[in-house]
Write a protein that binds this ligand. Structure first.
Ligand code: NAD
Length: 514
C-alpha cells in the first residue's frame, strides 16, 4: 500500500472528514467559522486533513461538561467503570490496523511501531479492567481503643492531559484510561502535530461512553499550547495536570500548576545512556543500542542518546555498530522494510542539522551519518540519516536532548567513571547496562548506580512495558504513569478515623478535661 492508498483507507475507515472538529463536550463542536490546523504527513509533506480549533468559549463548554460528567461517573462503581474501559479496549483492538496506520501517516512511525502504539493503549485498557477491582487502601492499627484507622482513595475530579506528538495515542491512554478507572474525567489537549489521531481516538472512546448512556468523560480540546494549553494549566477546575513534553515547556507548566496549588505529573525530556562493559554479549548489545538509538527515528523520550563503551572493547563495538547503522533502511514508513522513518516536521530536521554542527564544533567526530536523506517518491519528506558522533568528553550539546537519531559515542575506563558520566546530565529518564558481569550490573542498578527512573539490564533504554511505573527523575520531572501503583497520582488519599466506642480518648495521651 502506498501513502495515498493508506490515507484513503484510514480516513474512510476511521470516519475522518476533510475538516474535523477538534473539540468534544458531549457533542462535537461545529467546525464552521473556526480556525483550522492542517495535519501534514512527514513522510512526503502531503496534507492528510484538517482539524478545527476551539475558541475560549468552546474551552469553557468543555470544562463545564467535564464537571457535570464527573458527578455521574465518580458514582459509578469502579468495576463497572472497568467494564466500560474494557469495551474501549475492544474497539481499539478492532481499529488497531487503521489507527496504527494513521499514526504512521501523521507522525511518521513505521507500520509496526504505529500498530505497537495502539497495542500499548489496548494493554492499558486491559490493565485498567483489573485495576478497577483493586483500588485498595490500607487499614492501620489505631493507638486508641475501639478505633479504626484506614485510608481510602477518591478520584480528583477533572484532569487535564497535555500530550506530546511522539506517542499521540498511548500517552492519552496511560492517562485517560487510568484516570477513568479511578473515577475521574479527563480533558485532553493533544499535540498540534497529531490532531487527527486525537480526534480518531476520542471518537472511538466517546462512542462507547455514549452507547452506555453515560455523560462525556473523555473530553477533547484542541488548540495551541499558548492558548488552550495555557488555559488548562491555569484553570483551578483541573485538579491535576498530566503533562508530557519537553523540559522547557514542562518547567513552566509545573510552576504555573503549583502556583495555584494544583497537582501535576511531569513526563519530560530524557538523555538516556547505555553502558557497554567488557563482559557484554556484543551481538545483543549492538542490537540493543541500535534499536534504542534509531527506533522511531530517535524520537522516543527513552531513545538512547549516549553510549559509554569500555576502552578494551571500544574499537570492536564501534565498528560493529557502524555496520548496523550502514545497513538499515531509511525511508517511507509504509514500507515494511523501513527501519528509520522521517522526523516529525521541518523544524525537527533543522534541530538535527544544528545539533550535528554544534557537536562538530565541540570536537565531535562523525562516525556515521550527519546528513539529510532524500527518499525517492517522498520529495518533501523530513528524512535524516541516523548519526553516530564520537565525543572526547561529555559537555555542551551532549548534555541536551535533541529529538533526532543522534548517538554520542564515548569511551570509559572504570565502572565508577561510567556511572559518574552516566549521571552527569540534567535529565534522568531511562538507562541501560549491557553486561554479563553480575557485580557491575548489580552496582549499576543499586542506589549508587544509575540515577534514572528506569534502568535496564541487557535490554534497550527504549521500549518500556506498561506494567511498570514509567517516568524519570531530575529535569525529566519526577512523574510516574502507566503501571504498578501509578494510579495513586490520579487519586486523593483520605485518612479515616472511626471511633466505635463510648469514650473519646485522644491520641498521644493528650488529656482534655471537660
Ligand atoms: P512540546 O513540549 O513541544 O509539546 C508538548 C505539549 O505541550 C503539546 O501538546 C504542546 O501544544 C503543549 N504546550 C506547548 N506550550 C504550552 C504551554 N505554554 N502550556 C501548556 N501546554 C503547552 O513537546 P513535543 O515536541 O510534542 O514532544 C517531545 C518532547 O516530549 C521530548 O522532550 C520528549 O522527551 C518528551 N516526552 C517525554 C515523555 C516522558 O514520558 N518522559 C514521553 C514522550 C515525550
Amino acid at each position: 500500500m502506498n501513502l495515498k492508498e493508506a490515507k484513503k483507507k484510514v480516513l474512510e475507515g476511521l470516519e475522518l472528514q476533510e475538516v474535523n472538529s477538534g473539540v468534544y463536550f458531549g457533542e462535537w463542536m461545529k467546525v464552521q467559522g473556526k480556525d483550522v490546523v492542517e495535519s501534514i504527513c512527514p513522510a512526503d509533506g502531503h496534507v492528510l486533513g484538517s482539524v478545527a480549533q476551539g475558541t475560549e468559549e468552546d474551552y469553557e463548554k468543555v470544562m463545564i461538561a467535564a464537571e457535570d460528567a464527573y458527578k455521574v461517573w465518580s458514582r459509578v462503581p469502579a468495576p463497572r467503570r472497568g467494564e466500560i474501559i474494557r469495551e474501549i479496549g475492544s474497539e481499539l483492538f478492532k481499529n488497531k490496523e487503521l489507527l496504527g496506520l494513521l499514526i504512521t501517516l501523521e507522525v511518521g512511525k513505521t507500520v509496526t511501531e504505529g500498530a505497537g502504539e495502539i497495542q500499548e493503549a489496548i494493554d492499558i485498557a486491559n490493565f485498567c479492567v483489573g485495576l478497577s477491582r483493586q483500588l485498595y487502601g490500607l487499614t492501620i492499627a489505631s493507638e486508641r481503643p475501639e478505633h479504626r484507622l484506614m485510608e481510602q482513595w477518591h478520584p480528583l475530579g477533572t484532569i487535564g492531559v497535555i500530550t506530546s506528538f511522539n506517542f499521540p495515542a498511548a500517552v492519552w491512554a496511560w492517562n485517560a484510561l487510568i484516570a477513568a478507572a479511578v473515577g475521574n474525567v479527563t480533558v485532553w489537549k493533544p499535540s498540534s502535530s497529531a490532531l487527527l489521531t486525537a480526534v480518531a481516538v476520542s471518537h472511538i472512546a466517546n462512542r462507547v461512553v455514549k452507547r452506555n448512556g453515560l455523560p462525556p468523560i473523555f473530553l477533547l480540546s484542541c488548540g495551541s499550547g499558548r492558548t488552550v494549553g495555557n488555559l488548562l494549566v491555569n484553570d483551578k477546575r483541573a485538579a491535576l495536570i498530566s503533562f508530557t513534553g519537553s523540559t522547557a515547556t514542562g518547567r513552566r507548566v509545573g510552576e504555573q500548576t503549583a502556583a495555584r496549588f494544583g497537582k501535576s505529573i511531569l513526563e519530560l525530556g530524557g538523555n538516556n545512556c547505555a553502558v557497554v562493559t567488557p563482559d557484554a554479549d556484543i551481538d545483543l548489545a549492538v542490537k540493543g543500542v541500535a534499536f534504542g538509538a534509531m527506533a522511531t527515528a530517535g524520537q522516543r523520550c527513552t531513545s538512547t542518546r549516549r553510549v559509554l563503551i569500555h576502552s578494551s572493547i571500544y574499537d570492536n563495538f564501534v565498528s560493529r555498530l557502524q555496520k548496523v547503522y550502514g545497513s538499515v533502511n531509511i525511508g517511507n514508513p509504509m514500507n515494511p522494510h523501513t527501519v528509520v522513518g522521517p522526523l516529525v516536521d521541518a523544524g525537527a530536521v533543522e534541530d538535527f542539522k544544528s545539533t550535528v554542527a554544534k557537536a562538530q564544533k565541540q570536537g565531535g567526530r562523525i562516525l556515521h551519518g550527519g546528513l539529510l536523506f532524500s527518499v525517492e517518491g517522498c520529495k518533501d519528506g523530513c528524512y535524516v540519516s541516523p548519526t553516530m558522533i564520537e565525543m572526547e568528553k561529555q559537555d555542551g550539546i551532549v548534555l541536551e536532548e535533541t529529538f533526532a537519531p543522534i548517538l554520542y559515542v564515548m569511551k570509559y575506563e572504570s565502572i565508577d567513571d561510567a556511572i559518574a558520566t552516566h549521571n552527569a546530565v540534567p535529565q534522568g529518564l531511562s538507562s541501560a547496562i549491557f553486561s554479563n558481569n553480575i557485580r557491575e550490573t548489580e552496582y549499576f542498578i543499586s542506589a549508587a548506580g544509575s540515577d534514572c527512573g528506569i534502568v535496564n539490564v541487557n535490554t534497550s533504554s527504549a521500549g518500556a512495558e506498561i506494567g511498570g511505573a514509567f517516568g524519570g527523575e531530575k529535569e525529566t520531572g519526577g512523574g510516574r504513569e502507566s503501571g504498578s501503583d501509578s494510579w495513586k497520582y490520579y487519586a486523593r488519599r483520605q485518612t479515616v478515623t472511626i471511633n466505635y466506642g463510648k469514650d473519646i480518648p485522644l491520641s498521644q495521651g493528650v488529656e482534655f478535661p471537660v
